[in-house]
Design a protein around this ligand. Structure first.
Ligand code: APR
Length: 164
């Protein structure tokens, strides 16, 4: 679906953060703005996050109970393990969701903004990793990809079609 992930009312939203976890622009900036200053305070206690890994905080002023912060790969042409790292972002976020009994989770298009990952390729990684994970895990029950514009949404629709 298209929209603003900060308006998601399910259990958790995923933030496309950087390794400091201390906020930034894009969806990171939007989530920190909507969650309020307590989110930054909570992130300060986490000691950062490595690429491909994920950490969880409360959602504070957000409608979602949790924020799962993950750090996507910066696109350097595709020969620097970008797809492996991106898949690990989805995998580690979903594993955290399972551990915290998150029933519904929304992802932005991780790495497809500032980090420059081509959306067509990134959407295939997102869809494939998620379908594989849900094939062997009952929780989360609902995974939503919230696309900020039509071009991203079209890429996800195409990736989903190619998987079915
Ligand atoms: N809701 C949903 N999606 C959004 C929103 C929003 N409110 N705002 C931006 N997006 C989309 C972008 O259009 C893009 O498709 O999120 C996707 C990820 O883009 P970025 O936010 O730029 O994230 P990323 O490419 O992973 O780069 C991360 O940017 O903001 C900094 O601190 C962040 O250093 C980190 C880097």
């Amino acid at each position: 679906m298209t929209g603003d992930i900060t308006a998601f009312t399910g259990d958790a939203i995923v933030n496309a953060a950087n390794s400091t976890l201390l906020g930034g622009g894009g969806v990171d900036g939007a989530i920190h703005t909507a969650a309020g200053s307590q989110l930054l305070e909570a992130c300060r206690t986490l000691g950062g996050c490595r690429e491909g890994e994920s950490k969880i905080t409360p959602g504070f002023d957000l409608r979602s109970k949790h924020v799962i912060h993950t750090v996507g790969p910066y696109w350097e042409g595709g020969n620097h393990d970008e797809s492996t790292i991106l898949a690990s972002c989805y995998q580690s976020s979903l594993e955290l969701a399972t551990r915290h009994d998150v029933r519904s989770i929304a992802f932005p298009a991780i790495s497809c903004g500032v980090y420059g990952y081509p959306v067509d390729a990134a959407s295939v990684v997102a869809i494939c990793t998620t379908i594989d994970f849900l094939g062997s895990n009952d929780i989360p029950r609902e995974v939503i990809f919230i696309c900020f514009d039509e071009s991203i949404h079209n890429a996800y629709v195409q990736a989903l079609k190619n998987q079915s």
